[in-house]
Design a protein around this ligand. Structure first.
Ligand code: DGP
Length: 114
């Protein structure tokens, strides 16, 4: 998709602070971190949100969570705990219309989320 910021990051048009990449996903530090560790796990294929992922492609979502788990260990937040969030749509607080999984850690998280 043209002009999608996360597509541009995924295909290398825009440099980013990458922590992981494979053929299906890229993970990089959030530009506006909400916690000491704040990583975005992003599918390379453009899906506007979780709602746009067809059932036959849903394994990519599981892969995003698997990558988050691996990174939680590598980034040192697995033991104390962390949060995984997929904001979806306007009321869900989604600002970038390309599916992404937030992983935040390194501080206490309240509940309910804001
Ligand atoms: P959301 O509000 O759930 O759509 O989250 C989008 C996040 O993406 C937000 O926390 C800020 C981050 N973000 C937006 N543009 C960029 C960018 O160009 N680079 C990086 N690293 N993060 C970005």
């Amino acid at each position: 998709m043209d002009k999608c910021i996360f597509c541009m990051i995924a295909n290398g048009e825009i440099p980013t602070n990458k922590v992981y990449e494979d053929d299906r996903v890229i993970a990089f530090y959030d530009l506006e971190p909400q916690a000491p560790v704040h990583v975005l796990i992003v599918p390379k294929k453009h899906y506007e949100s979780i709602l746009a992922v067809p059932a036959e492609e849903s394994c990519v979502v599981g892969h995003m969570f698997q990558v988050a788990s691996k990174l939680a260990h590598e980034l040192g937040i697995a033991e104390k705990g962390f949060r995984l969030v997929i904001n979806t749509g306007k009321e869900g607080g989604q600002s970038v219309p390309h599916l992404h999984l937030h992983m935040t850690g390194g501080r206490e998280h309240g509940w309910p989320a804001g």
